[in-house]
Structures are given as structure tokens and as C-alpha cells.
Design a binder for this molecule. Structure first.
Ligand code: ZN
Ligand code: MN
Length: 145
């Protein structure tokens, strides 16, 4: 509900402007790790005064307030994530989708005595869906379909 989004912003001491509410609501309803451009393309039709700079500044404010997270991918593109729980990502280089996965325990015996406060782990590869599409293609080719 948009009213809940506004309340959450107010609780954080953030003035709930229309644009801020719309951006946070988009983040909370699209768990696709959107970029500034993705959000702009989705919202600009209904909010003609919305600029990419406003979206960027708003997302930066949300990150600073701990409402959302952000991360860079290997192509230097910044993605935003409303899931602020500790987790890791897998980016498929075929379809470009970024998947959430739980963070595995990766402390090695050599790290004994080291206190870990943050882990950055990012997987790249081909997702399950694209892998099975590849298989289907392979079979089609084999059977000359
Ligand atoms: Zn894929
Ligand atoms: Mn995520």
C-alpha cells in the first residue's frame, strides 16, 4: 500500500514526497535489482517531471538510510535491491537476470582468528532457465528440427 510506504519514509525522518513514495514502492514491488534507467523507464510515463537525477539522488538517500542496498556488476552498472538481508547474487550472462541466493559459509581454516564484518561474493554464469533452453536448442539441432 502506498500509504504504508509513506509511513515507512516518515518513520525514517524522510519527507514522503510523491516521487520518493513512487520510487520506494517500485523497489518494494520489483525484486529484479533495477537500475536508475529501469526505474526511469517504468515510472516516467506516469510521472513526467521525474528525472534520472532525482531517481539517482532518491536511491542514494535510501541507501544511506539503510532502506535499500546497491551493488555494481562486472559491467560497472549499479543495481538497487530492496532486499537488505544478507544474501549473494548470481548474474546470468545470457538473459542478464540477477538472482538472489543465501550466502554460503566460506570462512576457510586460514582465516582462523579473523573477524569477518562483510563478505562480497558474486556469481556469474548461465542460469537454470537459460541452461535448459540451451539443451532444447542442442536437441533441435541434433534432430534437424
Ligand atoms: Zn539466464
Ligand atoms: Mn538481491
Amino acid at each position: 500500500m502506498l500509504i504504508d510506504t509513506a509511513t515507512r519514509l516518515r518513520e525514517r525522518g524522510i519527507n514522503p514526497s510523491m516521487q520518493r513514495i513512487a520510487i520506494l514502492n517500485y523497489m518494494e514491488t520489483h525484486h529484479t535489482h533495477p537500475t536508475v534507467d529501469n526505474i526511469y523507464n517504468a515510472l516516467s510515463a506516469s510521472m513526467p517531471t521525474l528525472s534520472k537525477t532525482t531517481i539517482y539522488n532518491t536511491l542514494t538517500l535510501f541507501v544511506e538510510e539503510g532502506i535499500i542496498n546497491r551493488f555494481l556488476t562486472d559491467d560497472d552498472v549499479m543495481h538497487y535491491d530492496a532486499n537488505i538481508k544478507n544474501h549473494t547474487h548470481f548474474k546470468c550472462h545470457k538473459c542478464g537476470k540477477i538472482y538472489d541466493f543465501p550466502l554460503p559459509e566460506i570462512k576457510t581454516p586460514e582465516m582462523e582468528g579473523f573477524k569477518v564484518s562483510d563478505v562480497k561474493l558474486f556469481y556469474y554464469g548461465v542460469c537454470k532457465e537459460c541452461s535448459s533452453k540451451d539443451k532444447t536448442e542442442e536437441i533441435r539441432t541434433l534432430l534437424n528440427l
